[in-house]
Design a protein around this ligand. Sequence first.
Ligand code: TYM
Length: 344
Amino acid sequence: RKVVFSGIQPTGVPHLGNYLGALRQWVRLQEEAAPDTTLLFSIVDLHAITIKQHPADLQQWRREMLASLLAVGLDPARCVVFAQSSVRQHAELMWILSCGASMGYLGRMTQWKSKLQLPDSALPLASSKDQLKLGLFSYPVLQAADILLYNTTHVPVGEDQAQHLEFTRELATGFNHLYGPLLTVPETQLSAAKRVMSLAEPTKKMSKSDPKPKSRILITDSRETIHSKLRSALTDSIEGVSYDREARPGVSNLVDLIHHFDQAGAASPEELAQDLKGLSMRALKEKAADSVDKSIKPIRERYEELMSGDQKKLISHAESGARKAEAMAESTMQRIRNAMGIGW
Ligand code: TYM
């Protein structure tokens, strides 16, 4: 039986990287799911607090994320949408897994290493490196717990999560070796748009934490904002359009965006670039903006409706999701506790 699990941090409205790399794929999996497939999508608020958050912001962002997940098309009747912190078993399994997690392996994680390479002044906690927190280091163990609690078979994510999933498999295999084959070893499922690049610095991925808001387009951005952000996207001074992610990262990122949003269009980004080769940079940007706007307009409209509608009803979707998730998680935990000799 197929079980799909994925998560997203409530650190602001999702951007096109989140949407193309993950959320759109989640909706597709939901549409294609066989009746006996279980789909779980979690707002991972416990991950968000590895970086200091203002309580009021976190609460607001959780709600915005819930509205975003429903706005992109996740249907609470068909999948389990819930907040990670509502299901206590995530934290419990994390502790258990952390007893088998290697510090060496965690220390080699790219996301952790990138934090170590930042100058002290740029660190999220406004503190120096030796004050980096344990939660940030053990973050991937909590992610593994999220996945392993539900006997997940498939995890649809963007490429930046691939290393964490490799680590998850390692933890599951190690656990099974000690206590018997209890945990399902999950597969990574990358979408076609596995790495959407920043508009301002197209050699870096589009990211929520980039200080420049123009580097990313949010799924709730207005038509004007989308056009203005794309107009100022960094390209190059080579004439015409061609596709080469190494030599022309900015132009290629725009071609990719059009390609990913233009479902009926060209078969590959190379072919699309060939069709567009006569366009000026300005015209390419306009075209990209039109195609982004056309695709995300319905999402923006549903989002606004959800955020201005009955908030109790909105939240009730996550509450009933949490009850379903908890029942599944508790059944896994009972087997784990028994196998480990925890309890009478
Ligand atoms: P997060 O919240 O940073 O991102 C959510 C999803 O968006 C994808 N993504 C991208 N894909 C393509 N191009 C980009 N520029 C881009 N930026 C982000 C991410 O790969 C991700 O799929 N650690 C996770 C959350 C998490 C999780 C989990 C995921 C916690 N537990 C269990 C899967 C399973 C994270 O921080 O994602």
